[in-house]
Every structure is written in C-alpha cells, then in structure tokens.
Design a protein around this ligand. Structure first.
Ligand code: XIL
Length: 369
C-alpha cells in the first residue's frame, strides 16, 4: 500500500471525502473489494485506459476488466507495431490478443492510430532508395488503412484515423502556412492526405466511428483549424464522427475552463468527442522535471484537478462520449520516459497499483453526480 495515512488524510481534507474517512482504500484492499470506477462512471460515459498486450497476458487482465469499460492499445496497434516488416506484411497476433481479451470481457475497443508522423515504419516513405511519390504513398496509406481497419472490422468501434496533424507555436516543429505539420504524409501527399485517410477508413468499416485525435485541443488556433477541417469534410461528404482530446495535462495546464470552452466549440460542429489519453502530471509543466516524489500535498492537488476535469466531462456528457486515461498505473506511464527519463505519477493508480486520492475523488464524484 503506497498511500500513507498522512497522504490519505491530506486528500480527504481537501476534497471533504467524508464517505472515505478512515481509509477505505486500505479496507477495500483488505476485503479484495476495490470498487470499480468504470462501473461508477457508466451512467455518464464508457471509462477506460490504454493497455498493453503484456498486461493482458501477465496478470493484469482481471484488474483491467474490473476497472474499465473501454480500452485502447497504448502502442500495439500503431503502424510500427502492426506493419514493421513491410508493405502488406502484418503482425496482428499481439493486437488480436488484446482485442479478443477486451471483447471477451465486454470492453469496448478504440483503435489508435492509423496515420501519424511517429511510430510509422520508414518503409512507408521510401521506394528503391528514394523518397516515394505522392501516388505511391497514397496507395500505401490507403492499403494500410483498408487492411488494418478491415482486419478489426466489427471489433474496434472507434478509430483515431489521423493523429496530431496540426501544430501551432511549437519549437522545432515545421508546419505549412495553415499550421499543418510538415510530416512525410503532408510533405509527400499534400494537405489532402487527411481527407484521403478518412475516406479509406470509412470504406473499410462504415460502422466504425472515425476520429481526428490531437493534443492541446483547447488551443484557439487548433480549435479554428480543426473546426475548419471538420466543416470542410462535412460539406464534401467525408465521414468524420469525432474529435479526440488527448488531454495530456499538467497540474496547471490547460485550465479546466479553457477545456470546457473548447468542448462547447467542437460540439457546435455536430460531432462527438472522446477524451482519449488523459493524464495529469504532477509537474506544473508537462515536460518539466522538477517533481521527485508524489507528496501528500501534490496527490491532493492532483485529486482535486482530476475531479475538476471530470465535473466538466460529466456536465458535457452529451458531447463527451468516452474518457480514457493513458495507462493503468504510474509505473507504466509514458511520462516517466517522455520527454526524458524522470519521476512522474500522473495516473489514478500508483506504482504498486493501489488507488490514489484521485481515484477516490472520482469515485465520490461518480456517485454524487
Ligand atoms: C506514447 C506511448 O505511451 C509510449 O509508450 C510510446 O513510446 C510513444 O507513444 N500521443 C499519442 C500517443 O497519441 O500515441 C503517445 O503514446 C503519447 C502522445
């Protein structure tokens, strides 16, 4: 048990967690009866997490099944995992195991991600030692989407079709004049690569929900660019069903208020929204390395901030139709390795997989509405 009495007391005081007074996490653990956050949040939206095939195979399947109602593969369904060997050569075994476990356990599955500038094998962009032509890259991208979405058809209910296509005001990130990231897809195919990708995904599984997924989705310039794209797609008959908010948050950024305003603006486009990769770093800045331990005071602040975000998700549940955290416990969080090796504890379970104050804050919120 990682949550000391002092830590729990700090969280309780901040949140007035009267129902939990006396250390329910200890009791729940002793009884083997940790309540399910996924079940508690079920009246509002499916709640879930990014998981790995290793967790499913080596002992975490029951935990995942108990706590969540939707899962996404943290890495196992990215192009570098599915198609490392070359065009038309797929490695579906691990992803299939993850998806089959989820389906057998009654969990929904999100698919992440088809077209991205990272974790995509180099062969996509090279032909006979030279950069591919636009026509070849379109063919390869369409083939990849057709094959992968087709393979998981009927098993994956929502796809992140394109990830992180826009960038505004970031150092070391080149974009075109519209803010489109100069990824190989944008450079070689042109700005219509997003539309081509969505059309291919819709053909491959007409029933899957198709998402554009990005971080900093509350940035006004991103809201404008994404809204313009969605409006254009709708006018042209290109199927797009939702916006994915990665929502990688720090203790200070973004403000809950700016996030809610963004949700309201995207809602006006007549699309749905998922919170796809939520975590709340203990650092004030998501890429900082100033925090070296999960102090009781920080855990209490983190609990409050999780609760503040979930109040908005619950209030906006007409528009926010799924919420997923990016990992099941702090030990496995990507923020321990990005942007460099460091301490972070951004999730709801600690490194010993014990519920943190944020978990109890969300349980309480879910029960009271
Ligand atoms: C991250 C994974 O969590 C890491 O394990 C991996 O090394 C890199 O990718 N935005 C996304 C996710 O859309 O796919 C990223 O996942 C985190 C940022």
């Amino acid at each position: 048990m990682n949550l000391t009495r002092r830590e729990f007391a700090a969280a309780s005081a901040t949140l007035a967690l009267t129902a939990c007074a006396g250390g329910p996490s200890r009791r729940a653990e002793a009884d083997g009866k940790l309540p399910s956050l996924g079940r508690a949040l079920a009246p509002y939206f499916p709640f879930g997490a990014a998981i790995t095939p290793g967790q499913v195979a080596f002992g975490s399947a029951d935990f995942i099944k108990a706590q969540f109602s939707v899962v996404v593969a943290e890495n196992a369904m990215k192009p570098e995992a599915l198609a490392a060997r070359g065009e038309g050569q797929y490695s579906f075994t691990q992803a299939d195991e993850l998806v089959n476990f989820a389906r057998a356990s009654g969990l929904k599955v999100r698919g992440h991600t088809l077209v991205w500038h990272q974790q995509t094998p180099a062969w996509f962009f090279v032909e006979n030692g030279a950069p591919v032509t636009r026509a070849t890259l379109i063919t390869r991208m369409e083939r990849y989407i057709t094959d992968v979405v087709g393979h998981f058809k009927g098993r994956v209910y929502a796809w992140d079709v394109v990830n992180e296509a826009y960038s505004f005001g970031e150092a070391r990130t080149r974009t075109d004049s519209e803010g489109m990231r100069l990824s190989p897809f944008r450079e070689i195919i042109g700005e219509d690569y997003i539309e081509i990708a969505f059309r291919a995904a819709a053909r491959a599984d007409p029933d899957a929900l198709l998402f554009y997924n990005d971080y900093e989705t509350q940035n006004p310039r991103k809201i404008a660019a994404i809204s313009e794209m969605v409006t254009r797609f709708k006018a042209a008959g290109v199927k797009i069903d939702g916006i994915g908010h990665q929502a990688h948050c720090s203790m200070l950024h973004p403000s809950v208020n700016s996030f809610e305003r963004a949700v309201e603006q995207y809602a006006m486009l007549g699309i749905t929204q998922h919170v796809t990769e939520l975590d709340i770093a203990l650092n004030d800045d998501i890429s900082a390395n100033r925090v070296s331990e999960a102090s009781p005071a920080l855990l209490a602040r983190q609990a409050q901030r999780y609760a503040d975000f979930f109040k908005v998700f619950i209030k906006q549940r007409r528009h926010i139709t799924a919420v997923l955290v990016w990992g099941i416990d702090d030990a496995g969080s990507w923020l321990r390795h990005w942007p460099n090796e460091r301490f972070e504890a951004p999730l709801l379970f600690d490194e010993k997989r014990q519920p943190k104050p944020a978990f109890w804050a969300l349980m309480k919120l879910a029960e009271t509405g």
